[in-house]
Design a protein around this ligand. Structure first.
Ligand code: 13P
Length: 360
């Protein structure tokens, strides 16, 4: 079906995901990545444990107060909940709560031929239309594709990598819109490196400008799309770390210069910030933007910063403790997306969640 037939539906899905005071739960860790999380709590990475963990997420009562959508990995989209929870498809449990299901559709990154050392491009375009149609049929209404860029003293990102990753995002976005899925456009700039925040800001402006040019060439319907950027932070090894307020100022300036106002929402990734820092920075972004100055909803699409305490408290055993920790971070970030978060008002874990050269 042509994109035209889905325009109204795409715009209304994107608007639902941009509801004030909400954001997304990124629970789309690949089987390998969830294995690293399970390792940290001493749990075997098998299908039953993954089912149990995703059932915990889907049955957290009240989650939809602050979570408008959930990004799933393919296994979860087609998986049933545990028998204790009734065995219904997990996707139906999220839907019953009023949480829109989404699906990660990229198939990871590979080295970029012709690029600088460490540069990658994202794979998964082949057969994407057919996969997207199958995911829509199963209940997914939005998709995610994560392109990864890195700032490095070897000159990265190169023009080749900025252009190629922007083009991949645009081809993906157009393809899934034609199947009825709202694309989350995610050009992540990793926190790896010792560059300062002004360097990140300059690179991010370039990356976002190039991405929106590519989206325009591909005829992507912006009202039915969402942006998932990193916040404009310094590299993790930079000795001059900006305050949350400075991150707020740089981030809003970068986005104001580059993101069209037709885009309904900008939902940040947490990128290795601690749980509390992810809330503080989002709060600062919303305070800088003010309730009416920015054209978009400024929310969150956090993986690590929503799930770290949850996993730790659950530890494969304690469902209620895991759910309480998840709900606490959902409340914190819901408030932060309104610029109304009171620092430290919800329990969190202070550990840095930064992982060098992170893959999802
Ligand atoms: P983090 O919030 O853990 O960075 O992950 C979000 C995500 O979905 C990255 O693609």
């Amino acid at each position: 079906m042509a994109l035209q037939a889905f325009r109204d539906e795409l715009a209304s899905t994107a608007a639902a995901l941009a509801a004030p005071g909400t954001g997304l739960l990124a629970a789309d860790e690949s089987t390998g990545t969830i294995g690293k999380r399970f390792d940290a709590i001493g749990l075997e990475n098998n299908e039953e444990n993954r089912r149990a963990y995703r059932t915990l997420l889907a049955t957290s009562e009240g989650l939809s107060d602050h979570i408008s959508g959930v990004i799933l990995f393919e296994e979860t989209l087609f998986q049933n909940s545990t028998t204790e929870a009734g065995g219904a498809p997990l996707v139906d449990l999220f839907k019953a709560q009023g949480i829109v299901p989404g699906i990660k559709v990229d198939q990871g990154v590979e080295p970029l031929a012709g690029g600088l050392s460490g540069e990658t491009c994202c794979t998964g375009l082949k057969g994407l239309a057919e996969r997207a149609a199958r995911y829509y049929e199963r209940g997914a209404r939005f998709a995610k594709w994560r392109a990864v860029l890195q700032i490095s003293s070897n000159g990265s990102p190169s023009e080749l990598s900025v252009r190629e990753n922007a083009w991949g995002l645009a081809r993906y976005a157009r393809t899934v819109q034609e199947q009825g899925l709202v694309p989350i456009v995610e050009p992540e700039i990793l926190m790896d490196g010792d560059h300062d925040v002004t360097t990140t800001a300059a690179v991010q402006e370039w990356v976002l400008r190039t991405t929106y040019e590519a989206l325009a060439v591909n005829g992507v319907f912006l009202e039915g799309s969402l942006l998932k950027p990193s916040m404009t932070c310094a590299g993790a090894a930079c000795p001059q770390q900006p305050s949350a307020e400075e991150v707020g100022e740089f981030t809003v300036r970068t986005l104001m210069r580059t993101v069209p106002s037709a885009v309904p929402a900008i939902l940040f990734l947490s990128g290795g910030l601690s749980e509390e820092d992810a809330s503080l920075c989002l709060n600062a972004i919303n305070q800088v933007a003010g309730p009416s100055a920015a054209p978009w909803h400024l929310g969150f699409s956090y993986g690590r910063a929503l799930q770290h305490s949850c996993l730790k408290h659950w530890a494969g055993r304690d469902l209620k403790a895991g759910q309480a920790a998840l709900l606490a971070r959902a409340r914190a970030n819901g408030a932060a997306s309104l610029g109304a978060y009171i620092p430290g008002s919800e329990p969190s874990d202070d550990s840095s969640l930064f992982v060098a050269n992170y893959s999802y």
